[in-house]
Structures are given as structure tokens and as C-alpha cells.
Write a protein that binds this ligand. Structure first.
Ligand code: NAP
Ligand code: GLV
Length: 308
């Protein structure tokens, strides 16, 4: 069996090493250096358009991450080739750490106390009512559902919004555009965990963010293009929103001149909320290839009509 591997990231050698150990029976060619024999499976992250011509005879394409928006330019001729994304593979645990930190930091007002400390002021504040501090998660899929459970375990009231209705203990499910307004109106913290698709691009805009509770806080860990940057800045500056923790941006790295860098109410991190862990991901992909070879179904197959 032959695998064709490509990543736009700088850790290609570590991937190839882990794949060789997990699947010693396979030969691994890296694009563009080795394209001599046709591959059975392709493993890619943000492939350049030139690579797509090599993929029409593979049995499946594995995306080395959860979000498949890096494959947006894939030609229609490949739409019948199964595209398989990572499902969790160690990312849910990281998302829990990141989002729980952001929510607890806002709820326990650590930024206000940091300011008091800078001023040398001993200023206890009245504890916020947790039962009224509702966290809403936009996108309650394989990562969102684990984050929701972790926040509920802290005692936060948690709502989730998705395309389809969910049954999740301690989480109220809102589904579809018809229920988005009601969902937003209840949120004191909005956590965005949606994939980037034609339907979700720009979904965090002036109209939607204005529906959040007064002084709400925004956490975006999905993709930068879901957020209209100027709308978020305007709403924070007007006091309608209290701030944001942002891990993803329309342009990455975030340009040095961008207003997010120096805004006192915005925390910026460099797309690290949940990084792909090579060992777990290789184990998941190897197990799926074995299932596919045995004619068995696998999870994480992207619905090409929905783009996630
Ligand atoms: P997933 O399992 O596919 O979950 C996506 C969720 O979004 C589902 O609940 C889905 O609803 C919902 N959704 C999608 N389109 C919708 C729409 N138009 N209206 C309402 N709900 C919609 O994806 P995941 O594995 O949890 O990953 C989510 C995203 O996180 C990825 O796509 C990626 O962009 C991002 N991510 C970021 C990082 C990082 O480091 N920053 C790391 C990993 C992932 P249904 O359940 O009803 O289908
Ligand atoms: C990372 O952003 C991913 O989609 O896995």
C-alpha cells in the first residue's frame, strides 16, 4: 500500500516518522518530491491546488485536522472521493482547557483584579451569579459537546446551537437559524466552535453579536472568517460586549497592525487552542485505513454538500 503525504506545516518529517512506525507495511511518498506510483490514500493539510491532480485515483483523502476549510479549492472532479477529517484525536481535551480558562477568567473577573493589582488597590467585588452566567456554544459537534460537558460540570448553565437537535445531559439544545436569536439572547459568554462553511462565514457580525446579553464575552476557537472584526471591535468599544478571547483570525499570523493586538479587552493567541497531536492522529488514521481496507465504515467522513 502507498500513502501520499503533504502538509503546509513545518512538521512533515515527524508525521512521516510516526506513520512509518504505525504502518510499517506501507510506503510513504511526500508531495511534490515523490509521485512516482499512484497512492492508495492521501494525507494532507492545506494542500496547494497542484496536488489535487494526483488525488483522483486515491481511495480516500485524510485531512490532518478537524476543519476542512483548507480544502475549499478542491475540484468538483474529486467530490466522490471520501474526504475524512480528524475527530477529536486529542483536540477535545485541549479545547476544554482553553475554553474553560477563558470562561473562568471572565466569570471570576481576573482581568479586573489584574487592573486593581496594577493600581495597588484592594478591591473585592461582589461574586457574579453563576446561575445567570450562561455559556452558549455555537457548534456542538465532536469538540463542542466535550467543552459543553466540562463547563456544565463547573456549574455553568450551558446552551448549544447546531444544525440538528441534540440530546446532551445538562445542555439545552437550540437548532437551526430559526432558534439562533433565542439562543444568542441568553448568552453571557458565546463560544464559537462552528466549522467555516459558506453558511457560517461572517456569522459573528453586528446583527448577531448585538443579540447577546449586555456585556457578553466572545470566545472564537473555530476560524477567523466567522467573525467580522470591525463589528466585534465596535461593540466592545460601545460597551455592548465586554471583550473577547480570539485564537483564530482572518489572516494568520495576525498582521502586526491589526487592532486586536493592542486592545485592552481582547486576548489573542496564535491558533493554538487545539493543535493536531501527531501520535493520536496517526493512530486514528491508521485504524481508519484498516477499516476501509476491510470494507467497514469510518467516522469523520465530510458531507461534501455541507462542507463539514
Ligand atoms: P464537527 O464535529 O463537525 O461539529 C460542527 C458543529 O457545527 C456541529 O454541531 C454542526 O451541527 C454545527 N454546524 C455546522 N454548520 C452549522 C450551521 N450552518 N448551522 C448550525 N450548526 C452548524 O466539528 P468539530 O470537530 O467539533 O470542529 C469544529 C471546528 O473547530 C472545526 O471545523 C475547526 O474549524 C475548529 N477547530 C479549531 C482548532 C483550533 O486550534 N483553533 C482546532 C480544531 C478544530 P450538526 O451537529 O447538527 O451537524
Ligand atoms: C485546527 O485548526 C483544526 O481544524 O484541526
Amino acid at each position: 500500500m502507498k500513502l501520499l503525504f503533504y502538509t503546509a506545516a513545518s512538521n512533515g518529517a515527524a508525521w512521516v516518522d510516526a506513520l512509518s512506525r504505525a504502518m510499517p507495511e506501507t510506503s510513504i511518498g511526500t508531495w511534490p518530491d515523490d509521485t512516482t506510483t499512484a497512492a492508495d490514500y492521501a494525507l494532507v493539510w492545506k494542500p496547494p491546488p497542484g496536488l489535487f491532480a494526483k488525488l483522483d485515483s486515491v481511495k480516500a483523502i485524510f485531512n490532518l485536522g478537524a476543519g476542512v476549510d483548507g480544502l475549499e479549492s478542491m475540484p468538483r472532479s474529486l467530490e466522490n472521493v471520501p474526504l475524512i477529517r480528524l475527530v477529536d484525536a486529542g483536540m477535545a481535551e485541549q479545547m476544554v482547557e482553553y475554553v474553560a480558562y477563558a470562561v473562568l477568567r471572565r466569570y471570576r473577573e481576573f482581568d479586573v483584579y489584574a487592573q486593581s493589582q496594577r493600581e495597588g488597590a484592594w478591591q473585592p467585588r461582589r461574586r457574579l451569579d453563576k446561575s445567570g452566567f450562561r455559556v452558549g456554544i455555537l457548534g456542538i459537534g465532536s469538540l463542542g459537546v466535550v467543552v459543553a460537558a466540562a463547563l456544565a460540570a463547573f456549574g455553568f448553565p450551558v446552551d448549544g446551537w447546531s444544525r440538528s437537535r441534540k440530546q446532551i445531559p445538562d445542555v439545552r439544545s437550540f437548532a437551526g437559524t430559526a432558534e439562533l436569536k433565542e439562543f444568542l439572547g441568553r448568552c453571557h459568554v458565546l463560544v464559537c466552535m462552528l466549522p467555516l462553511t459558506a453558511e457560517t462565514r461572517g456569522i459573528l457580525n453586528r446583527a448577531t453579536l448585538s443579540q447577546l446579553s449586555k456585556g457578553a464575552y466572545v470566545v472564537n476557537v473555530s476560524r477567523g472568517a466567522l467573525l467580522v472584526d470591525e463589528d466585534l471591535l465596535a461593540l466592545i468599544d460601545s460597551g455592548a460586549l465586554s471583550g473577547a478571547t480570539l485564537d483564530v483570525f482572518q489572516e494568520e499570523p495576525l498582521p502586526p497592525s491589526h487592532a486586536f493586538w493592542h486592545h485592552p479587552c481582547i486576548t489573542v493567541t496564535p491558533h493554538v487552542s487545539a493543535v493536531t497531536r501527531i501520535e493520536e492522529s496517526v493512530a486514528q488514521i491508521a485504524a481508519k485505513i484498516r477499516r476501509l481496507e476491510a470494507g467497514l465504515p469510518v467516522s469523520g467522513v465530510v458531507d461534501r454538500a455541507r462542507s463539514y
